[in-house]
Design a protein around this ligand. Structure first.
Ligand code: ACO
Length: 402
């Protein structure tokens, strides 16, 4: 029997696989995806069941520890998280160093990276207790940091966390409450936000999670690793797609302009792509998109939003693309970001907050994957090979001879 892992680890096998389309870099017991069936399981539980019956903090527990909590474990976990929702007052001054209209993602990359300076008592990765504290701190503080980045970008005062609220409601409260007015979180929006968080919580070895693992493989501290994940998530081919998608829908503007954009997406000489369509792994409907679509309908119905032009464009675009030969043949279905942007817009978030909300939701996935990797005794520093295509050896020429 050939031990393929041994051959790889000795460097005896070399595969050329740009974009890692068929190369596994780790084993993991956290999330399972069957892209052909359109199936997504967290620790074995189907995403549809979790989205219907569970809630975000329970999903966090499941992803982190591998099992659903009993009632006592849940209370304990919730109290540990709520205990850490505030950020150190000094971080407020740190925020003020950013330009007043900074993109919230830019602020988040910086602030989360700086958490290792503010919370250096949980950066020793060899200490399981410190690893645990770092995980809880990140799950608890990322919503606070994202909301602060949002408030800062709008020139509004920061709103402190309200620990009597559940996780999603507290996030909405920190984003939308203002000092001179009463703010009561709408339970429909809170449920929809909780669902967005659950659906984005983990997605095995996507680009940002792989970035977190690669950064962590060198022994870097978890805050620095998650900051690297946030930076990667920002790209429009990944987490930035929900912002790019809504901006595209607005640019299309009216239903009659859809064919023009469909044709552009099909044109090989045009770099334009229909944002919110396609996925590296799902070659069937993204199961998260199905749940998100239901949620979008529910939110818009309950908010009484029927005649929104962006929404009309989205629905028509979806209908046309699902019937179009090009999209059918290439199995380009709407992905989760196609619908999440519509819900977030209906909630009143500007597009610049779409990716930060994704980052808040994915933090538990990043940290669960990081913890899994650190605990694995066979873990090695990530170091991809390359296929060199540059100059062969040549001699240095003095400047006057060039
Ligand atoms: N619009 C038009 N054509 C597309 C699209 C699209 N959105 N996506 C893929 N294609 C075409 C490509 O041009 C390519 O055509 P070809 O075979 O003729 O060259 C073919 O489909 C395969 O595309 P790849 O780029 O090779 O697929 P890959 O798996 O590398 O990319 C990705 C997946 C990045 C998600 C891609 O579909 C895309 O750019 N989508 C738009 C951005 C987006 O919505 N991203 C969110 C992903 S989900 C998430 O991060 C939560």
């Amino acid at each position: 029997v050939i031990d393929i892992r041994k051959l790889y680890s000795q460097g005896d096998v070399f595969t050329y696989d740009p974009g890692f389309t068929s190369t596994a870099a780790c084993d993991s017991a956290i999330t399972y995806i069957d892209g052909d069936k359109g199936e997504l399981l967290y620790r074995g539980y189907p995403i549809e069941q979790l989205a219907e019956k569970s809630h975000f903090l329970e999903v966090c527990y499941l992803l982190l520890y591998g099992e659903l909590p009993n009632a006592e474990q849940m209370v304990d976990f919730e109290s540990r998280v709520t205990n850490h929702t505030m950020v150190h007052e000094q971080m407020h001054y740190f925020f003020r160093g950013f330009r007043r209209d900074s993109h919230p993602m830019a602020t988040m990359v910086g602030v989360v990276g700086a958490m290792s300076a503010f919370y250096h008592d949980s950066t020793d990765i060899t200490d399981p207790w410190q690893r645990e504290v770092a995980a809880i701190r990140m799950i608890a503080k990322l919503p606070t940091i994202a909301a602060m980045a949002f408030k800062y970008s709008m020139g509004q005062p920061f709103v402190y966390p309200k620990n009597s609220l559940d996780y999603a409601s507290n996030f909405l409260h920190m984003c939308f409450a203002v000092p001179c007015e009463d703010y009561v979180v709408n339970p429909v929006l809170s449920k929809a936000m909780d669902r967005i968080m659950m659906l984005h919580a983990d997605h095995e070895q996507n680009a940002s999670t792989s970035t977190v693992r690669l950064a962590g493989s060198s022994g870097a501290n978890p805050f620095a690793c998650v900051a690297a994940g946030i930076a990667c998530l920002w790209g429009p081919a990944h987490g930035g797609a929900n912002q790019a998608c809504l901006e595209m829908l607005r640019e299309i503007g009216t239903v009659d302009r859809i064919p023009e954009y469909i044709n552009r997406a099909k044109d090989k000489n045009d770099p334009f792509r229909l944002m919110g369509f396609g996925h590296r792994v799902y070659k069937n409907f993204d199961p998260r998109a199905k749940v998100m679509k239901e949620s979008a309908d529910e939110v818009l119905e309950l908010l009484g939003i029927h005649n929104n032009e962006t929404l009309k464009v989205a629905k028509e675009l979806e209908r046309i693309a699902l019937e179009d030969e090009y999209f059918v043949e290439k199995k380009l279905y709407p992905n989760v970001d196609f619908y999440s942007g519509i819900i977030l817009e209906a909630m009143g978030f500007p597009t610049s907050m779409f990716t930060p909300i994704f980052a808040v939701s994915r933090t538990v996935g990043w940290i669960s994957q990081w913890k899994e990797m650190i605990a694995d005794p066979t873990q090695k520093i990530g170091r991809p090979r390359q296929l060199y295509i540059g100059q062969t050896r040549r001699d240095y020429a003095e400047v006057e001879e060039r």
